[in-house]
Design a protein around this ligand. Structure first.
Ligand code: NAP
Length: 290
C-alpha cells in the first residue's frame, strides 16, 4: 500500500474501499471481505445508511485479530441535514457510536450547501478534542474550496473528495487543491461504469501491456497523480483485482493517452444545470425519507 501525507502530517492509504450503494444487508460482509483482502481505508457516509454495519465489520475484524484499529483509516461524511454547528457536532458523535469507534481518521462535509460554515467549525472543535484526526470536505469544486480555505476557519481542510475519472480528470480542480495543499480523493473512479468505462479501448490497450485490467489502470493512474482512489465493489474477486495495483507503473506514453480521454465534464450531471439541481433535490428528499 502507498500512503499520502496530509497537510497535518497524518498518513492516508492511497487506495480506499467505498461503500456507497452497498446495502445494510451487504455492508458488513463487504467490509470484512475488504479488510481481509488488505484494504485499510474504508469510506462511508451518514447518507449511505450503513455506518452501523461498517462498524460491526470493523469491530469483528479487530476482535478476530485480523487488523488493529491503528492500522485502519476510517472516513465518514456529514450529510447536509446535519449542518450548522450543534447539529453537526452531535451527528459526528452519533456516527462514532454507530461505527463503534473512539475516533475517526477523517470526517468530511458531504456537500457545499446549507450552513457548511457552522458545520465546519464543529469539525474544527471535534479535531481539537481528538474525536477526528483529520477534517475535510467533499464536492467542494474550486470556488467553494477557495471559499472555505479563505474565510473564518482555523484549519485548512486536509482532504477534498470529488468525482475524478479518466473522462472527467479535474485538472483545474487539482491545481486549486494543490495550491491550498488540500489532498484530493477521487469518488467514482470508474464512473460507476458509465460511458462503457470498463471496455474503453484506450484503457484496455494500456492494461494489456502490463497484463492489468481497465479498473487497475484507472486506479494506478489516479494514485500516480497523487490522488487517493476510492473504489467500490461487492465482489471479493474484484476487491482483490482493485487492490493489486502497486506493482506496475504507467509510462509517459500511457499517461499522455489517458490525458486525451478527458471530456472535462461530470459523468453524473452538469454543474448548476436544471438537471443537476433536480437530481440533487431528489437525492435530498430521498435521504430525508429514510
Ligand atoms: P465506482 O467505484 O466508480 O464504481 C463502482 C461500480 O464499479 C460498481 O458497479 C462495481 O460493481 C463496479 N466495479 C468495481 N470494480 C470493478 C472491477 N474491477 N471490474 C468491473 N466492475 C467493477 O463508483 P462509486 O461507488 O460511486 O464510487 C466509489 C466510492 O466513492 C463510493 O463507494 C463512495 O465511498 C465514494 N463516493 C463519494 C461520493 C461523494 O459525493 N462524496 C459520491 C459517490 C461515491 P460491483 O459492486 O457489482 O462489483
Amino acid at each position: 500500500m502507498e500512503y499520502l501525507t496530509l497537510n497535518n502530517g497524518k498518513k492516508i492509504p492511497m487506495l480506499g474501499f467505498g461503500v456507497y450503494q452497498v446495502s445494510k444487508e451487504e455492508a458488513k460482509r463487504c467490509v470484512k471481505d475488504a479488510i481481509k483482502v488488505g484494504y485499510r481505508h474504508i469510506d462511508t457516509a451518514q447518507s449511505y445508511f450503513n455506518e452501523e454495519e461498517v462498524g460491526e465489520a470493523i469491530l469483528e475484524c479487530i476482535n478476530e485479530g485480523i487488523v488493529k484499529r491503528e492500522d485502519l483509516f476510517i472516513t465518514t461524511k456529514v450529510w447536509i441535514d446535519n449542518y450548522g454547528y450543534d447539529k453537526c457536532y452531535n451527528s459526528v458523535k452519533k456516527s462514532l457510536e454507530k461505527l463503534k469507534l473512539d475516533y475517526l481518521d477523517l470526517i468530511l462535509l458531504h456537500q457545499p450547501f446549507s450552513d457548511y460554515y457552522g458545520a465546519y467549525k464543529a469539525l474544527e472543535k471535534l479535531y481539537e478534542e481528538g474525536y477526528v484526526k483529520s477534517i475535510g470536505v467533499s464536492n467542494f469544486y474550486p470556488s467553494r474550496l477557495a471559499d472555505i480555505c479563505s474565510f473564518e476557519r482555523k484549519i485548512i481542510p486536509q482532504v477534498n473528495q470529488i468525482e475524478i475519472n479518466p473522462l472527467n480528470q479535474q485538472k483545474y480542480a487539482k491545481e486549486i487543491n494543490d495550491r491550498f495543499n488540500v489532498a484530493l480523493e477521487a469518488w467514482a473512479p470508474f464512473g460507476e461504469g458509465r460511458e462503457n468505462m470498463f471496455s474503453n479501448p484506450t484503457l484496455k490497450e494500456i492494461g494489456d501491456k502490463y497484463n492489468k485490467s481497465v479498473a487497475q489502470v484507472i486506479l494506478r493512474w489516479l494514485t500516480m497523480r497523487g490522488i487517493v482512489a476510492l473504489a467500490k465493489t461487492t465482489h471479493i474477486e474484484r476487491m482483490k483485482e482493485n487492490f493489486d495495483i502497486f506493482d506496475f507503473t504507467l509510462d509517459n506514453e500511457d499517461l499522455k493517452k489517458i490525458e486525451e480521454l478527458d471530456k472535462f465534464e461530470s459523468l453524473f450531471f452538469k454543474h448548476d444545470s436544471v438537471e443537476a439541481v433536480d437530481l440533487f433535490m431528489n437525492f435530498v428528499y430521498q435521504r430525508r425519507g429514510k
